[in-house]
Design a protein around this ligand. Structure first.
Ligand code: PHE
Length: 453
C-alpha cells in the first residue's frame, strides 16, 4: 500500500488493480449510451473523426496531467491543488470538479437505472422475436416515462454505488471491474458480428465511418470534445483521485495509455453495433438519449440466443455503469474524507442521499412530468456538465500543469516507477499549447456563434 495521508484512503493493489479500476471508471454508459447518441447529434462520421482527434490530442495528455497531479499529492482534487499551490484560487478548480462529479452522478444514475430495468426485462423475456422498432420504442417510453420505476431504479443504483464506495477502493471497486469488463468486451464482439451481418447494415457503417465535411460545425467540436472527456472520466478530477491511489513503485505510462485505448475501442465497438442495427431496422438516428435502449432489443430479437445475449449485455452494461458511478461518487467522498475529516460511511451515505434529490428531476424529465420533459432537463444536464463543465475543467487543468505547476513536474510523476515517456518535449508542448488553445478555441467559437446546444 502506498503511504496515504489518512487511513481511510486506501490504495490500489498494484498496476493491474489501477488499470482495471480506471478502465472501469472510463468505460461505462459514456461509451455505450452516450457515444452513439452524441455521434448521431454530431452527424455520424464527422463526429467520429473529430472525437478520435480529441482523444489523441487532448484526452490522453489531460489524462496524464490529472494522473500526475493525483500521484504527486495523494489527495482528492481540492486537496491536490491546495497541496501543490497553497493559498491560491487553484483549489477552486478542484472544487468545480467535485461539483461536476456530483451533478453528473445525478443524471448518470438515472440512465444507469434504466439499464437495470432493461436487465430485468431481458431476464423476463420482454424482448421476444416480435419486437420491432415501434414495439421497442414503446417499451422504452413505458419504462422511463413512469415516475415509480424511474425513481425506484435510480435509488437502487445510487444505493449500490454508495455501498461499494463505503467499502473503500481496493475492496469494492477493483473486484467489480475485474470480472465483468472482459465479459462486456466479448458480448460486444458477438453483437458486432450479428449487427454487421443484418440486411442493410452497410448504410450504418457508412454513416459512422464516412465523414461528411459539410456537417462540420462548432457544435460538432464541443460535442466531440465533451464526449472524449466524459468517456475518459476527465476534466473533473476523477483521474486525479484515481491517480492518488496509484502505487509509487509501479509504472504509469503504459497503464494510462491502456486505459485510454480500451475506452476508445469500446466506444467505437458500441457505435459499430448500434448504427448498422439502427439502419437495418429502418430507425431514425436522431433517437436522443433513448437510442441504444431502443435499437438493441431489435438486434436481440433478430439473433439466435437473443434472450441470453440480451441478459448478458444489460448485466455487463449495468456493471460498467456501476464502476463509473463508483468513480463519480468516489471523487466527492474523497473530498469530504480528506478535507472535512468525515468518515467514509458517513460521506457515502450523505452524498448519495443528496445526489438522489438532484436526480429526481432528471428521472421525471422523460415523460413523467410535462414541464421537465419539455425543458429536456436530463439532456440539458448532460450537455452542461458533460460537455461544458468537463471542457472548462480540462482547460484549467492544462493551464495549471502547463503554466503554473510545470510540465517537468508532470513528467517526473508520470515517469516515477519506471518507463520513460517517449517524446517528452512534444508531450510538454501539447499540454502547454495545443490543449489549452484547442479547448479555448472551441469555447470561444461557441460564444461567438451562440450555438450552444
Ligand atoms: N467515463 C464514464 C463513462 O464513460 C463517466 C464518467 C465521467 C465517470 C466523468 C467519471 C467522471 O461512462
Amino acid at each position: 500500500m502506498a503511504t496515504s495521508p489518512s487511513s481511510d484512503r486506501g490504495a490500489w493493489s498494484g498496476k493491474l488493480g489501477f488499470v482495471l479500476a480506471a478502465a472501469g471508471s472510463a468505460i461505462g454508459l459514456g461509451n455505450i449510451w452516450r457515444f452513439p447518441y452524441m455521434a448521431a447529434e454530431g452527424g455520424g462520421g464527422i463526429f467520429v473523426l473529430v472525437y478520435l482527434g480529441c482523444v489523441l490530442a487532448i484526452g490522453i495528455p489531460v489524462l496524464f496531467a490529472e494522473l500526475s497531479i493525483g500521484r504527486a499529492t495523494e489527495r482528492n482534487p481540492v486537496g491536490a491543488f491546495k497541496k501543490l499551490v497553497p493559498g491560491t484560487w487553484w483549489s477552486a478548480v478542484g472544487g468545480m470538479g467535485v461539483l461536476a462529479g456530483f451533478a453528473i452522478l445525478a443524471f448518470y444514475s438515472v440512465i444507469a437505472g434504466w439499464t437495470v430495468g432493461y436487465l430485468w426485462m431481458a431476464i423476463t423475456g420482454t424482448f421476444g422475436p416480435d419486437v420491432d422498432a415501434a414495439a421497442s420504442a414503446e417499451i422504452f417510453s413505458g419504462l422511463i416515462g413512469s415516475a415509480g420505476p424511474a425513481i425506484t431504479l435510480t435509488v437502487l443504483f445510487l444505493g449500490v454505488t454508495a455501498v461499494v464506495v463505503r467499502g473503500g477502493v481496493a475492496g469494492g471497486i477493483e473486484k467489480a471491474s475485474k470480472i465483468l469488463m472482459p465479459v462486456l468486451l466479448s458480448v460486444l464482439v458477438l453483437l458486432l458480428i450479428r449487427a454487421v451481418t443484418l440486411p442493410g447494415a452497410g448504410a450504418g457503417l457508412e454513416y459512422l465511418l464516412r465523414p461528411d465535411m459539410s456537417e462540420l460545425t462548432p457544435k460538432v467540436f464541443i460535442t466531440a470534445l465533451g464526449q472524449a472527456l466524459f468517456s475518459m472520466s476527465l476534466g473533473m478530477g476523477a483521474m486525479i483521485t484515481y491517480g492518488s491511489y496509484f502505487p509509487k513503485d509501479a509504472s504509469l505510462p503504459f497503464a494510462g495509455t491502456a486505459v485510454a485505448l480500451a475506452d476508445m475501442g469500446i466506444a467505437l465497438l458500441a457505435g459499430l453495433v448500434i448504427f448498422p442495427a439502427l439502419f437495418s431496422a429502418g430507425m431514425d438516428p436522431q433517437g436522443g438519449p433513448g437510442l441504444v435502449f431502443v435499437v438493441l432489443p431489435t438486434v436481440f430479437a433478430n439473433m439466435p440466443m437473443g434472450h441470453l445475449f440480451g441478459v448478458l449485455f444489460f448485466a455487463c452494461l449495468s456493471i460498467a455503469a456501476l464502476t463509473s458511478t463508483i468513480s463519480l461518487l468516489e471523487v466527492v467522498v474523497a473530498y469530504f474524507v480528506d478535507e472535512k475529516g468525515w468518515s467514509r460511511p458517513k460521506a457515502a451515505l450523505i452524498i448519495s442521499l443528496a445526489c438522489f434529490v438532484l436526480a429526481v428531476p432528471s428521472a421525471l424529465s422523460q415523460g413523467a412530468n410535462a414541464w421537465l420533459t419539455d425543458f429536456g432537463w436530463l439532456d440539458v444536464q448532460n450537455i452542461i456538465w458533460g460537455n461544458y463543465g468537463l471542457s472548462i475543467g480540462a482547460l484549467l487543468i492544462c493551464i495549471f500543469v502547463g503554466w503554473k505547476w510545470g510540465t517537468d513536474k508532470m513528467l517526473q510523476y508520470v515517469e516515477m516507477g519506471g518507463n520513460p515517456v517517449p517524446g517528452r518535449a512534444m508531450f510538454a508542448f501539447v499540454v502547454r499549447y495545443v490543449c489549452p488553445v484547442a479547448i479555448g478555441a472551441v469555447l470561444a467559437f461557441l460564444i461567438i456563434t451562440r450555438e450552444y446546444f
